[in-house]
Write a protein that binds this ligand. Structure first.
Ligand code: ITT
Length: 191
């Protein structure tokens, strides 16, 4: 039996840690995810790919532990609002929350409520190289009202195949979510 490979996950979001640790526990027995609470400055760029890459490069310069690590940046993109809140998802969630988004969407019906979640994982195996990016998306729609007790953030208003993400447990969400898809690509790359 080989020894387990440790990968550090820098984030301030404990819900992300739970989802990713659950997935690694069931899908990658040879990998241990180690959480480090770290609040790095996030650039406000149009593309979350660029945000994730710059964040990983910032951490490479700042942290002393030279171990393989990743960070991830996620966002909700509402088609009828030209991709808003996208890279500004954290700011908008803190300012207006799910109820605010539902108000913005009040006159939108059917196809107009389409939205997607996207996660970009930026992985640095070596501190000498550029981060490698893994992207995962989930296509769904904005629900008419908040539903469900699980998940976090925008999960109660993001509906996929009849259920919001907040109406699924972690395992069910991971199987179809943006984060689950992006992280599975990272796991496949590592193993
Ligand atoms: P970091 O320290 O990892 O940056 P964060 O919470 O600031 O943590 P993001 O910038 O990636 O993370 O998140 C942007 C916003 O989108 C934030 O308000 C989250 O609550 C929300 N969000 C991210 N992933 C989500 C998911 O899977 N379901 C619902 N909301 C999500």
């Amino acid at each position: 039996m080989g020894s387990k490979k440790e990968i550090i996950f820098f984030t301030t979001n404990k819900n992300k840690v739970k989802e990713i640790k659950d997935l690694a526990d069931s899908e990658a027995k040879n990998i241990t995810i180690v959480h480090r609470e770290y609040d790095y400055p996030e650039l406000q760029l149009e593309e979350i790919e660029a945000v994730a890459k710059e964040s990983a490069n910032y951490i490479k310069k700042k942290v002393a532990i030279k171990k393989p690590f990743f960070i991830e940046d996620s966002g909700l993109f509402i088609h009828a609002l030209n991709g808003f809140p996208g890279p500004f998802s954290a700011f908008v969630f803190n300012k207006i929350g799910n109820e605010g988004i539902l108000k913005l969407m009040a006159d939108k019906e059917g196809e107009e409520r389409r939205a997607s979640f996207k996660t970009v994982v930026a992985f640095c195996e070596s501190f000498e190289k550029e981060p490698i990016l893994f992207v995962g998306t989930a296509e769904g729609k904005i629900a008419e009202k908040v539903r469900g007790e699980g998940g976090f953030g925008y999960d109660p208003i993001f509906e996929f195949e009849g259920k919001t993400f907040a109406e699924r447990n972690t395992d069910e969400k991971n199987r179809v979510s943006h984060r689950g898809r992006a992280f599975m690509k990272l796991l496949n790359y590592i193993s």
